[in-house]
Design a protein around this ligand. Structure first.
Ligand code: MV4
Length: 504
């Protein structure tokens, strides 16, 4: 087993990985940019190394600098987290060349899944259900028109080197196809340096449901349940849950078996996620495979009781999976809210700045994976994800109730956050009924900008008043630092009364 692991990431995921390492008594090495000097992941690590200025291209994406720190610190493995270098085959190769274990799949698996046409071709061979279309790039508008006649409009043009919604175009008629194809090809060239564009039948109002898979380096692979990820805004997930409201045990098993087939076809090792589009008739189609640990992995951890980062590290150290598919049991329901430093009243633009007050929630069924703390200044240079708030319950209703309660408790001052958005979603009848698809959030946000029910408004105002009171009149608030006795005595009359009555 490794004695020391370098975490080549920042924010909440770096903190989360360090927690797993500490539980496994593995020393941790952090890397940070100069704007992250005071970031939480730096203080949580056993060692920390400055690797450059704020821009990711000069710090968190600098493979050479990260590998130099690995060498200098004696780290035997690197965990890339998500984003940054997590799906960079060149980095995975550079780690291998440097004799440092990359905690993730092989470069070959990454490269297969990085090209969406190559992935389709390999999945076709493996008998994986694909969206009707063509698995090679279109050579001419005429070829596109022929395929579109066969599969029917509307069709979706997609960049082979794209993913996550980048380089996609929806085409409704034959007349629009030629110009759309040219535009898609030039955009793909500009964005990815690869102009290859392929065509699929457009699935209208699909759900995005993904299946977590885990494979060791000895040929064993299992599925760990699905995640409903349809609540997205501009291809950025906002809220995810597991299990999906529409997946029954039989569908789960069928999706899981397909996902394992995908992993085996890719000679996949470590943690990965197979993305599916699901149509209104609950047919599911392979979309793409994410070759990294995902942001939303906690909902799978909560319903399976597994620690995915522990398992990633154990797999990377050469261990076999410590369980079989039959051992995987799904219990309860988990819902994750991605807490972003964004301003809901200003088109969700990033809202960096100093967090002057932070009262995070806790209590039954609440998990809070955060990279933020009171007094920290949220930088403008990176993705504005502050934390993930996950509610767990024995069923979906209890998970919703617990999250609603936790969101009332969640108080952040100094920056704007999207916390209010989650109250709207969790109280929305369509959400509560599980009536979701990838267009859900756009519809909710155009329903009008009310700030929730009178109850949520009243509670929100009460929370703000309490927060401000504790800032404006510290003497009356429970002490957070400095002398406890005086303020505690003054603020906990019930204790005094209890004591005096006890003395009578
Ligand atoms: C599609 C689709 C409909 N039909 N492909 C968007 C990101 C990338 N993962 C693929 N995506 C889509 N591909 C066909 N043939 C609709 C989407 C899509 C989407 C998919 C998942 C989650 C959110 C989405 C939002 C808009 C469009």
């Amino acid at each position: 087993m490794f004695k020391k692991i370098l975490i080549a990431n920042r924010g909440e995921i770096a903190v989360r990985i360090m927690r797993a390492c500490r539980e496994m008594e593995i020393a941790t090495v952090a890397v940070y940019s100069d704007v992250d000097r005071a970031a939480l992941h730096v203080s949580k690590a056993d060692e920390a190394y400055l690797i450059g200025p704020a821009p990711a291209a000069e710090s968190y994406l600098r493979m050479d600098k990260i590998l130099k720190v690995a060498k200098r610190s004696g780290a035997e493995a690197i965990h890339p987290g998500y984003g940054f270098l997590s799906e960079n085959a060149k980095f995975a190769r550079a780690c291998a060349d440097a004799g440092v274990k990359f905690i993730g799949p092989t470069p070959e698996s990454m490269e297969m899944m990085g090209s969406k046409t190559r992935a389709r071709q390999e999945m076709e061979k493996a008998g994986v259900p694909l969206v009707p279309g063509a698995s090679r790039g279109l050579q001419s508008p005429e070829e596109g028109e022929q395929v579109a006649e066969r599969i029917g409009y509307p069709v979706m043009l997609k960049a082979a080197a794209g993913g996550g919604g980048k380089g996609m175009r929806l085409v409704h008629t034959k007349e629009d196809l030629g110009s759309a194809l040219e535009a898609a090809q030039s955009e793909a060239e500009r964005s990815f340096g690869d102009s290859e564009v392929y065509i699929e039948k457009a699935i209208v109002n699909p759900r995005h449901i993904e299946m977590q898979v885990l494979a060791d380096e000895h040929g064993n692979a299992v599925w760990l349940g699905e995640r409903e990820c349809s609540i997205q805004r501009r291809h950025q997930k906002v809220l995810e849950e597991s299990p999906s409201p529409i997946v029954d045990p039989d569908m789960r098993r069928r999706m899981g078996e397909v996902a394992v087939r995908v992993a085996q076809a890719a000679h996949y090792t470590n943690a990965g996620t197979v993305e599916f589009l699901v149509d209104q008739q609950k047919n599911f189609y392979f979309l793409e495979m994410n070759t990294r640990l995902q942001v939303e992995h906690p909902v799978t951890e909560l319903i399976t009781g597994l620690d995915l980062v522990h398992l990633q590290i154990r797999i990377a150290s050469g261990e076999k999976l410590p369980f079989t598919q039959e051992d995987v049991k799904i219990r309860g329901h988990a819902i994750e809210c991605r807490i972003y430093a964004e301003d809901p009243d200003n088109n969700y633009f990033p809202s960096p700045g100093k967090i002057t007050l932070l009262l995070p929630p806790a209590g039954p069924g609440i998990r809070h994976d955060s990279g933020a703390y009171e007094g920290w200044t949220v930088p403008i240079d990176y993705d504005p994800l502050l934390a993930k708030l996950i509610g767990y319950g024995t069923d979906r209703q209890q998970a919703i109730m617990r999250l609603q309660r936790a969101l009332y408790e969640y108080f952040v001052a100094g920056i704007k956050t999207n916390i209010s958005l989650f109250q709207r979603i969790l109280h929305d009848p369509d959400f509560q009924a599980g009536r979701l698809d990838t267009g859900y959030l756009d519809r909710l946000l155009t329903k009008g900008n009310h700030v929730g029910s009178p109850q949520t408004q009243g509670l929100a105002i009460a929370a703000i008043a309490a927060g401000l009171f504790s800032v404006l009149d510290p003497a009356s608030a429970p002490s957070r630092n400095g002398s406890v006795a005086g303020t505690a005595a003054a603020s906990s009359n019930w204790k005094q009364r209890g004591r005096s009555e006890a003395l009578r």
